[in-house]
Write a protein that binds this ligand. Structure first.
Ligand code: IMP
Length: 429
C-alpha cells in the first residue's frame, strides 16, 4: 500500500508530469497537493499530446482516481475549461475529486499579481501571473474563499464582498464586475459540485484498502516558499512535506519520495542560477530540449546539472531515489558538466546557501564528463545506453547520494528506462 510523493528537485519543469504518468500505470489514485494553474505538464500518450495545468496527470488512465488536495489553489472557471477540453477528447473526468477546503483563485488575484509584478519593475519575480501569490496571501491572511463556501451562495457573496472592500484601493479603476464574477464562480461550481468532498478522508480510506497512491508535486524544491531561492519562489510548498499539509494525510503514511531532475537544469522567471549557461551550449540545451514553458510559453533559462542543489533536494525532501529526465538532450555534446561545489572568495561551499547575497557571488566548480555523442532516444532499457551515458549517471548517483531509478530519453511512455521500481521503495531515509 505505498504512498509515493513525486517532487521536482530543481526549479520546476523537470518532467514530473511524464514521470507521474509513467508511475500512474500502477497507481489507484493520483493527488495534487499544492500550486495551481501556474503548473503545466505535457504528457504524450501515443500520438496524442496533452497539456495539463490543474488536473493530475493520472486522469489519462481510465481507472485512476484523481484528487486535488486542500493545498491547491483553484481557478474554477479555468479548471472547468480544462475538464471540458479533456472530455471533448474522450477523457472521463468524473474521477476527479476536489477538496472542499481548497482555496479559490479569483479574477482579482490575477489582476493583483500582474499589478504587483509591474510595480516591482526590474526586481520582478517573473511570476506566471496566474494569481498564485495573491491567492495564497489571502489564505494566510484568513481572507480567502474556499470551495466549500460556494455551497452557500450568500456566504460566498459575503466573503467576496469583504474582499471587494478590503482591496478597493488596490483595484480602483480596473473595472472589475463583481456581480459577473460571483455568477461565473457559482456557475463553474455547479459543474463540479458533486466532485467536491473531504479529500484527506478519501485518501486515507484508499490507503487503508491497500491502494497505491501517488502524490504529484508541482513546481520544484527551489521554488518552495521556505526552502527555495527566496524571494524568487512560488507561494506554496512543493517540497515533500507539502504533500501532508496539502492533503490532510500525516507524514507516517508516506512511504517514499521520488525526486525528478533533468540531466541538466532550467529555470523560468528571475532569480539566482549558479550553473546558468548563457552561451552556445545553453542555446543548444534550449533547442534540443524544446525549453519553452507549457503555461506561459516563456523561454526557459538553461544550465548544467547542479549536484549541490541536488544534495539539498535529497535532504529537504528525504528523497529515496531519483528519476533523471531528458538524458537524450545531452546526446551531442562534446562534454557534459556536473557542478560539484560552489566557490566564493577562495572558499568552497558544498551545501546550498540560503543567503541570496552569497548565492549571487558563488561560482560553480565543474567536473566534466566526456560526452557520448550518439543518439539515446531509441533506448528502451538501461543496457541500451552507451557506456559514457552510464558513467554520467553513475557519477550523478555518487554525487547525489541516492540511487537513480528511472531515466527518461524521450517524451513517450516507453522512452522510460527502469533501473528499479519506485513502487518497491520503502521508508528509509
Ligand atoms: P508564481 O508561482 O506564478 O507566483 O511564480 C513564481 C515563480 O515560480 C516564477 O519564477 C515562476 O516562473 C515560477 N514558476 C511557477 N510555476 C512554475 C512551474 O510550473 N514551472 C516552473 N516555474 C514555475
Amino acid at each position: 500500500m505505498p504512498a509515493i510523493v513525486v517532487v521536482g528537485a530543481q526549479w520546476g519543469d523537470e518532467g514530473k508530469g511524464k514521470i507521474t504518468d509513467y508511475l500512474a500505470a500502477k497507481a489507484h489514485a493520483v493527488v495534487r497537493y499544492q500550486g495551481g494553474s501556474n503548473a503545466g505538464h505535457t504528457v504524450v500518450v501515443g500520438d496524442d499530446r496533452y497539456k495539463l495545468h490543474l488536473v493530475p496527470s493520472g486522469v489519462l488512465y481510465a481507472s485512476i482516481e484523481c484528487l486535488l488536495g486542500n493545498g491547491v489553489v483553484i481557478d474554477l472557471p479555468e479548471l472547468v475549461k480544462e475538464l471540458r477540453e479533456l472530455e471533448k477528447r474522450g477523457v472521463n473526468t468524473s474521477r476527479l475529486l476536489l477538496s472542499e477546503s481548497a482555496h479559490l483563485i479569483l479574477p482579482y488575484h490575477k489582476l493583483i499579481d500582474g499589478l504587483e509584478e509591474e510595480a516591482r519593475g526590474s526586481a520582478s519575480i517573473g511570476t506566471t501571473r496566474r494569481g498564485i501569490g495573491p491567492a495564497y496571501r489571502d489564505k494566510v491572511n484568513r481572507a480567502g474563499i474556499r470551495l466549500c463556501d460556494l455551497r452557500h451562495a450568500s456566504v460566498f457573496r459575503d466573503r467576496l464582498d469583504a474582499n471587494r472592500k478590503e482591496k478597493a484601493g488596490m483595484l480602483a479603476g480596473h473595472g472589475l464586475d463583481w456581480e459577473q464574477m460571483a455568477a461565473q464562480q457559482l456557475e463553474a461550481f455547479a459543474h463540479v459540485e458533486k466532485q467536491v468532498r473531504d479529500v484527506g478522508e478519501r485518501i486515507e480510506s484508499l490507503l487503508d484498502r491497500g491502494a497505491n497512491v501517488l502524490f504529484e508535486g508541482a513546481q520544484g524544491t527551489f521554488l518552495d516558499i521556505d526552502h527555495g531561492t527566496y524571494p524568487y519562489v512560488t507561494s506554496s510548498t512543493p517540497t515533500a512535506g507539502g504533500a501532508c499539509i496539502g492533503t490532510g494525510i500525516g507524514p507516517c503514511r508516506m512511504d517514499a519520495v521520488l525526486g525528478v531532475t533533468k540531466a541538466y537544469c532550467t529555470r523560468v522567471g528571475m532569480g539566482p542560477f549558479t550553473t546558468e549557461a548563457m552561451d552556445d551550449e545553453g542555446d543548444r540545451l534550449v533547442d534540443r530540449g524544446a525549453e519553452f514553458g507549457t503555461t506561459t510559453g516563456r523561454r526557459r533559462r538553461p544550465g548544467w546539472l547542479d549536484t549541490v542543489m541536488l544534495r539539498y533536494a535529497v535532504r529537504v525532501n528525504s528523497l529515496s531515489g531519483l528519476a533523471v529526465t531528458k538524458l537524450d538532450v545531452l546526446d551531442h555534446f562534446e562534454r557534459v558538466r556536473l557542478c560539484t561545489a560552489y566557490e566564493a572568495g577562495g572558499q568552497m561551499h558544498k551545501s546550498f546557501p540560503a543567503d541570496p547575497e552569497l548565492l549571487k557571488c558563488v561560482k560553480p566548480v565543474y567536473e566534466d564528463v566526456e560526452g557520448w555523442n550518439c543518439d539515446t532516444s531509441g533506448a528502451r532499457a538501461f543496457s541500451d545506453l552507451p557506456q559514457k551515458a552510464k558513467d554520467f549517471l553513475k557519477r550523478l548517483t555518487e554525487l547525489a547520494g541516492v540511487p537513480v531509478l528511472l531515466v527518461s530519453v524521450g517524451a513517450s511512455r516507453d522512452a522510460t528506462l527502469e533501473l528499479g521500481d519506485p513502487w518497491e521503495l520503502r521508508r528509509g531515509r
